[in-house]
Design a protein around this ligand. Sequence first.
Ligand code: XMP
Length: 215
Amino acid sequence: MEKKNRLILALDVTDREHALRIANEVSDYVDSIKVGYPLVLGEGLGIVKELVEIAPVIADFKVADIPNTDRLICEHVFNAGAAGIITHGFTGRDSLDSCVKVANDFGTDVYVVTEMSHPGGVEFFRPVAEDIAKMAVEAGASGVVAPATRPERVKDIRKIIGEELSIISPGVGAQGGSAADVIRAGADWVIVGRSIYNSDSPAEVAKKICDEMNC
Ligand code: XMP
């Protein structure tokens, strides 16, 4: 992903017209659009084909299955035009390898969840987050997902993954995280959803977040 705006839009609206309107309004300020179950279950995977005309798409399906099923999911997502996918790591190295292999075949990116951004994200993830980050490096993933709600954890995870892998970081705005703080802690991109798409002026909010990050 080209690092220009450092902002990824989390497009968790559930209908096509709304999604395309928001995506078009903020397109000057985002490097990528993240879509997940809310939009794809609402509109089908075809929405990805429309959104890639506006910006590169990351599919947030938090893939977490056996290697063969992961492979099938990744193939569908990349055939639909997504430039990247978010996977879990707790399913183990063979499952992650399967995703990375498909991504390498398509020339796309895999981002692995380390510790999640919501309060419950510490319950089970905290003790394994650093091992998952190490595995992401060893498996040749493009990057990891780490919480903007805990910049100190982003710092810890950056130390583990070095400079080669990217950190994409959700939790800014509605979940309380600060874009500037998490970029300072070592994130490459922030992921922002509700603060932008629930606003009366999505482009103004997106611009403000970019300005906070000096991009
Ligand atoms: P909001 O509305 O809170 O949206 O700005 C955040 C977006 O990011 C997703 N999310 C996560 N994805 N690991 C992930 O892979 C996380 O820790 C995490 N926390 C939030 C969320 O589903 C929404 O799309």
